[in-house]
Design a protein around this ligand. Structure first.
Ligand SMILES: [Zn+2]
Ligand SMILES: [Zn+2]
Length: 230
């Protein structure tokens, strides 16, 4: 479907925005600690969506920051957000969510800390990847002149444990690509398509300079023989 400039399209559901409209922050505003939002006048990217489409991600976005920010204690942006979450918890906010996340830390007889001060932690992949995919789709929409990347596009995600296992070899392809993002200390991303497979996208996102995820997908508008045959 060709992008139509006269009608606003919701990048989440692909339908015209004819009802309640909201400005969706890409990436989610919650990645930025309130303290940082107050002390700097941030110019965050906003993309219009239906209010309902946007709202359906809110709890998963909350979960995302709660489950990953403990890995960002060594950066100022991560620490500010973690402090905020901890003080909100002490004030009775998101108590069940915080308890759920605390349980995700693996229990070891000696406590939580593993060799090299690393902690093993599980996370709910379905919720985390739903958020990562939403960010991907928002940026794709912005970078491709308002073309919707369908929710059901086949994709693959990987999480990289920075400073631990080396990233997969394909990560080298991204090293020299331009880092993008208005506030790269909080959120940065790189993207590329492969020369021999121009519709295969390979992206990396970095949260709080600490948590990295890789995203792989094939552009569904691809006209290659394989795609046309399926
Ligand atoms: Zn929508
Ligand atoms: Zn193709």
């Amino acid at each position: 479907m060709a992008p139509n400039t006269s009608v606003e399209i919701c990048y989440l559901c692909g339908k015209p925005i004819d009802s309640l409209r909201s400005g969706d922050h890409v990436p989610p505003k919650q990645l930025f600690a309130k303290e940082i939002r107050k002390s700097h006048s941030l110019d965050l990217l906003k993309i219009p969506t239906h209010s309902n489409c946007n709202r359906s991600y809110q709890l998963d976005e909350e979960y995302f920051i709660h489950t990953f920010v403990p890995f960002a204690m060594n950066t100022a942006s991560g620490r500010a957000l973690l402090n905020q979450i901890v003080s909100q918890y002490h004030n009775g906010r998101n108590v069940p969510l915080n308890q759920k996340v605390l349980k995700e830390f693996a229990r070891k007889p000696s406590g939580l800390i593993l060799p090299r001060n690393k902690v093993v932690k599980r996370f709910d992949g379905e919720r985390v990847w739903r958020v990562v995919w939403k960010i991907t789709r928002g940026l794709f929409f912005r970078d491709n002149n308002g073309r919707v990347l369908p929710e059901n596009t086949p994709r693959l995600f990987k999480i990289i444990d920075i400073g631990e296992a080396p990233p997969p070899p394909e990560f080298q392809l991204l090293v020299n690509k331009e880092e993008r993002g208005r506030y790269p200390g909080i959120f940065a991303y790189k993207s590329m398509t492969l020369e021999k497979m121009p519709n295969f996208h390979f992206w990396a996102m970095l949260f709080w300079d600490s948590v990295m995820v890789l995203i792989y997908f094939h552009d569904p508008a691809c006209q290659c023989e394989t795609c046309l045959a399926t």
